[in-house]
Design a protein around this ligand. Structure first.
Ligand code: ADP
Length: 474
């Protein structure tokens, strides 16, 4: 409403000026009224402008056309009717033009506001100018990024002054790239603010030759300080993580050495004891004692192999990859663990697919998986009545894969442990280390295979190793 009042006031003022000038014989009523209407449309909007136009027409009729002080257009002589019509037409035309301009202007203001919002949100300012010497334009965000007040007049010099001393050369050579038409340049540099704080900027620029020969340069100035800080934090925490991971790996490695060596050491002790017993017999059973000694040697060789593998792992050497017959490998392992199985009263059923496809891999590492599956099965059946302790070792072809199962008759996988079995250091055993299955998983994965564990329908659990068949045996 205030705008309508102000528009009326503008007409009133124009009327006063026109009357004043008229009294000196200067007839300016029409021109002054036009001015008042244009001013009202521009300043107070389209509606207030229309009110000003109507008031202006009425004022002209009332104060400047004979007979005066009447609004009746029919009282006018023909010539004045024509004049009034002409004035009315002109004033309304000007109001229409003014309205169109005003609409365009508000659209422009609105899109400028949107642009400013978007620039503030993305912390991206814009710069544009015609080279060599035209006025430079900075968007509001550019002022903010560079920390200049609105009173500062934009100049390339001012921007260059802010550049971090160490980045001056890079920045300059980047900007020189814009002295010629160029599709896109991108550079990053730092600027030093008045309070000595440092900002990181990313600049994207392009230069285009206009028809008149001048170069139009536009650039987007992105404040990437925050992103840089985050990246730096990320880099630091990644470095810390890498360090911790190295330490953890070392820890796991030590644990895995202990775990893997334990089994052949235990077996060696067992065979040494039985060797002694055979020798103690009267007369000594030399053949059997020799067998025990041979088993000790086998286990020592295995321990040596394990240590070599673990050392290779520590040095990140590539694992061996040769064709492996899993059935054959099971035979070797059974030979090693026969004594252990006997000792624990476990009956071993062996159900192997005769034409099992070969796999490719490292025989010692794959042997480790089989040993771990079997030893875990033995452990699981510690509380199972002796006559029910049974392990089934089964191998099968399935599609392009080889499946190897170890099935026991223990209590099955503990409730809640299902998703954790393969995690390092997860154990439910009083003296367990929780490394065996985690090592098995790493080995399986490095052979492009996988391991799974599930409970059997009747009793016990099955641990399954699946490996891709090697190309030759397909
Ligand atoms: P550890 O034998 O030192 O505990 P593993 O990684 O070999 O370490 O095994 C982790 C855990 O998986 C065991 O503590 C046990 O809870 C579970 N597990 C492994 N094998 C069996 C099995 N045959 N039956 C039931 N649970 C098993």
């Amino acid at each position: 409403m205030a705008r309508y009042g102000q528009a009326s006031l503008a007409v009133l003022l124009a009327l006063a000026v026109a009357t004043f000038l008229d009294s000196y014989g200067i007839p300016t009523a029409f021109a002054t009224m036009l001015l008042a209407v244009v001013f009202s449309v521009w300043r107070f909007g389209i509606g207030a402008g229309l009110l000003a136009a109507i008031l202006a027409i009425a004022s002209i009729r009332f104060f400047f056309l004979q007979p005066l002080h009447s609004l009746d257009p029919f009282a006018l002589p023909d010539e004045n009717v024509r004049r009034l019509l002409l004035y009315t037409e002109s004033i309304l035309l000007l109001w229409l033009l003014g309205s169109a301009l005003r609409r365009g202007q508000s659209r422009l203001e609105r899109s400028e506001a949107y642009l400013a919002d978007a620039q503030a949100l993305s912390r991206t300012g814009s710069i544009s100018f015609f080279a060599p010497d035209a006025e430079i334009f900075w968007s509001a965000e550019t002022y903010r990024v560079f920390g200049f007040g609105k009173e500062v007049s934009p100049s390339v010099r001012r921007m260059l002054d802010r550049i971090h001393p160490e980045d001056v050369n890079t920045a300059r050579s980047g900007f020189y790239g814009l002295a010629e038409p160029v599709q896109r340049i991108e550079l990053e540099h730092r600027i030093v603010m008045q309070d000595a704080s440092v900002k990181h900027l990313n600049i994207l620029g392009k230069a285009e030759r206009e028809k008149d020969g001048r170069l139009r340069i536009s650039a987007a100035v992105m404040d990437i300080t925050e992103a840089r800080r985050t990246a730096e934090l990320l880099r630091k925490s990644q470095a810390e993580l890498a360090h911790v991971t190295r330490l953890t790996t070392m820890g796991e490695l030590v644990a895995s050495i202990a775990h893997e060596i334990n089994q052949p050491l235990g077996a060696m002790k067992l065979h040494a004891q039985s060797g002694l017993r055979w020798l103690d017999r009267k007369p000594p059973e030399l053949e059997r004692a020799e067998m025990s000694l041979n088993r000790i040697i086998d286990n020592a060789v295995r321990a040596e192999g394990l240590i070599a593998k673990i050392r290779a792992m520590a040095k990140k050497q590539e694992v061996e990859s040769v064709p492996v017959d899993l059935n054959h490998l099971v035979g070797d392992v059974m030979e090693l663990l026969k004594g252990e199985a006997h000792e624990r009263g476990v009956a071993c059923q062996i159900d192997l697919e005769p034409s099992l496809g070969e796999v490719r891999g490292d025989p010692i590492q794959l042997q480790q998986i089989v040993v771990n599956f079997l030893m875990n099965g033995f452990d699981a059946m510690a509380a199972t009545p002796r006559e029910e302790r049974e392990i089934t070792i089964r191998s099968r072809n399935r599609g392009n894969e080889v499946i190897f199962d170890v099935r026991d008759a223990g209590p099955g996988i503990q409730r809640g442990a299902e998703g954790l079995l393969f995690d390092a250091f997860f154990t439910t055993k009083a003296h367990g280390m929780g490394m065996g299955l985690s090592i098995c998983r790493s080995i399986a994965e490095s052979h492009q295979g996988r391991i799974e564990a599930f409970n059997n329908d009747d009793r016990g659990a099955t641990f399954r190793l699946t490996l891709p068949q090697s190309e030759i045996s397909k």
